[in-house]
Design a protein around this ligand. Structure first.
Ligand code: 9WN
Length: 431
């Protein structure tokens, strides 16, 4: 803990550290006690940033344990299951994915068959930058580098479904922003068979009903096709290029180039990859009419209509042109995202018909998206935006604790309590 923290910040720091201690399972951190008892991919990356401030040796264990789930084609799954838990601890559990029937999946570990935003290389480099033992940290990076490189290779080779230079998601869960209104159109176009998929033992409130049937249907289609890239490219009904996923990939590609330099590998392929995504983001996802980035549906080659917190993701691109940065900042500070919302950044434009202040990723504020935009704002030298996000994020957790998500108008906490990434990213912010 830094000695420059105030009494109030010290109390917050200690409370956040207690959450991570309580959620530690021995080799990894549960995303949230009770609700998400397994290891989620982007959660785990964010969690390792918090662990780095509190228990640095666990930060390395956390990431290595996530990569135990990596498939031989490089795919890093979005869930690594804790098989010591009761069979129905979480739906959908291993039975939906059946990873053990896939030749590329690892033995002795059960995983999902989808990815999540690839923030891992960005996080690995940040761990190194805040490490106190440089030699051990370099050793850790050397161990992780081939896994990170394989993850990136999978995304560039198997997931550039439009041959555009961008990576595509094949399921709303891959965006990390599950029920974002951005996905309403492609999800609504999906044909459902008459049988219902929603399981009786799913006890959680959000999201439910037909949307949930569609999520499960998409997984069933992928699983039946053996998660093959050819199927995903040619036939899978959900294929979207998302600005936040691509921006995290781009930022991670830059970080991976740096990691490559540190471990004595060649940075060039990662820099090329970052350049490709940079050009394609501007070419394919920038919407000059609204002055921001929007996701593109590859199945009808149109930009999706709703503007979300993900639209600000490309602030993570260090080479984003100044005019684009200005447009994004204007929108972020406007009535649509910060004006009326006392706790930016709401996950959806508050003037959009789909906005729902309590609706999970359809309006509430989340610590992860705030952190990513804060990080991008700092890199672009935007202290006003960075301070706004830092301040509102701290107010949220002071007022409501380490909740899963928050009402963007009054900061009321919602969803799970003691949510690991909310605690971890606050530790990172406090430094
Ligand atoms: C689906 C674990 C995960 C987060 C996601 C969040 C939620 C899962 C769910 O929980 O997703 O993977 O069942 O709703 O949307 O971002 O990684 O915290």
């Amino acid at each position: 803990m830094s000695s420059r923290l105030s009494g109030d910040e010290t109390a917050l720091w200690k409370a956040a550290a207690r959450v991570l201690d309580a959620n530690w399972t021995g080799t990894a951190t549960a995303a949230s006690p009770g609700l998400y008892p397994h290891q989620w991919s982007w959660d785990s990356a964010f969690i390792s940033l918090g662990l780095a401030r509190h228990r640095p040796e666990r930060a390395q264990t956390e990431l290595l344990s996530l990569f135990r789930g990596q498939w031989s084609d490089g795919m890093l799954p979005h869930i690594v299951f804790n098989t010591s838990l009761a069979r129905h601890a979480f739906f959908p559990g291993p039975e939906l994915w059946r990873s053990t029937e896939q030749p590329a999946a690892p033995r002795g570990v059960q995983t999902s068959g989808l990815t999540q935003p690839p923030v891992h290389a960005l996080v690995a480099l940040r761990l190194h930058e805040c490490a106190t033992d440089g030699e051990s940290s370099r050793g850790f990076l050397a161990r992780l580098y081939p896994m990170l490189a394989a993850q990136h290779r999978y995304l560039t080779t198997a997931r550039d479904l439009g041959s555009s230079g961008l990576i595509a998601i094949c399921h709303p869960w891959e965006s990390g922003l599950d029920n974002s209104p951005a996905w309403d159109r492609p999800l609504g176009a999906l044909q459902l068979p008459p049988s219902a998929y929603a399981p009786a033992h799913r006890s959680r409130a959000l999201p439910t009903g037909e949307d949930y049937d569609r999520y499960v249907r998409l997984v069933a289609l992928m699983r039946e096709a053996g998660y093959r890239p050819g199927y995903l490219r040619d036939s899978h009904p959900f294929a979207v290029e998302d600005p936040l996923v691509n921006a995290t990939f781009l930022a991670s590609a830059h970080a991976l180039a740096e990691v490559a330099r540190i471990v004595g590998a060649d940075p060039a392929p990662h820099l090329e990859s970052a350049q490709r995504v940079h050009a394609a983001l501007l070419d394919r996802l920038w919407d000059a009419d609204t002055g921001c980035f929007r996701a593109r549906d590859l199945r009808d080659d149109r930009l999706l209509p709703v503007i979300t917190a993900g639209s600000f993701g490309p602030l993570l691109d260090p080479e984003l042109p100044a005019a684009h940065v200005r447009n994004l900042v204007d929108l972020l500070l406007s009535a649509r995202f910060a004006g009326a919302a006392g706790y930016p950044v709401p996950t959806c434009d508050i003037q959009a018909p789909a906005f729902d202040r309590g609706g999970y990723w359809r309006g509430p504020t989340w610590i992860s998206t705030n952190w990513l935009i804060w990080y991008g704002a700092l890199a672009h030298g935007l202290p006003v935006v960075a301070d706004l996000l830092y301040g509102s994020t701290m107010r949220l957790v002071r007022q409501s604790g380490f909740r899963e998500f928050f009402d963007p108008f009054d900061g009321t906490g919602r969803g799970s309590h003691d949510y690991s990434w909310s605690a971890a990213l606050v530790l990172d912010l406090l430094g």
